[in-house]
Design a protein around this ligand. Sequence first.
Ligand code: ADE
Length: 225
Amino acid sequence: MRIDIITLFPEMFEGPFNHSIIQRAKKKNLVEIYIHQLRDFGIGKHKQVDDYAYSGGAGMVMMIEPIATIIESLKNERAYDEIIYTSPDGKLLDQPMANKLSTFQNIIILCGHYKGIDERIREHYITTEISIGNYVLSGGELAAAVITDSMVRLIPGVLGNEVSALSDSFQDQLISPPVYTRPRNFKGWEVPDILLSGNERKISEWKLDQSLKRTRERRPDLLNE
Ligand code: ADE
């Protein structure tokens, strides 16, 4: 998979993309991530990328030309499955969406900023708008990092143990059961006996039971979907 991210703040991705699972996926050549500085495509001596909104109103709007230039130059090189715009107006990211995105070859993510982007970009270039939750972030960078993480970890070979992605919370619309490790007793707080019983069938039943109980208690909305 190849992911092209368009942003005014490339440094914001240094943390999220250079550690842990994403770093490993890059090293294994399972994903290529390119971060493009939008300002490089800005207009004039000052590399302008935003301007006042027609008809006024507070806040600056990202201009169409710099974004059109970079998106068109990327599209000239290869076909993109999806051109994503991060926005609180978008469709809410969930596990089925991450699963689908993880099957794609080439994706562009445009990070939103300021008051928004010129509507014509959304009309003519963006194929899908994604929100990561019902709250407003300062910019689209954190959302782009979240979307990228959720899809890259699902690419076959990225996680050491393929089973572990399938048993994630939400993959089956259930919250994961509790897990424990040593010591068996800490300050009198015991690990449930069943997990030490060696009875695989009983353990599986217990895990499913715990998942259902937790989902009912914490996220009943998942059971209604
Ligand atoms: N930009 C600002 N808020 C956002 C959100 N909740 N999701 C995606 N992009 C955003």
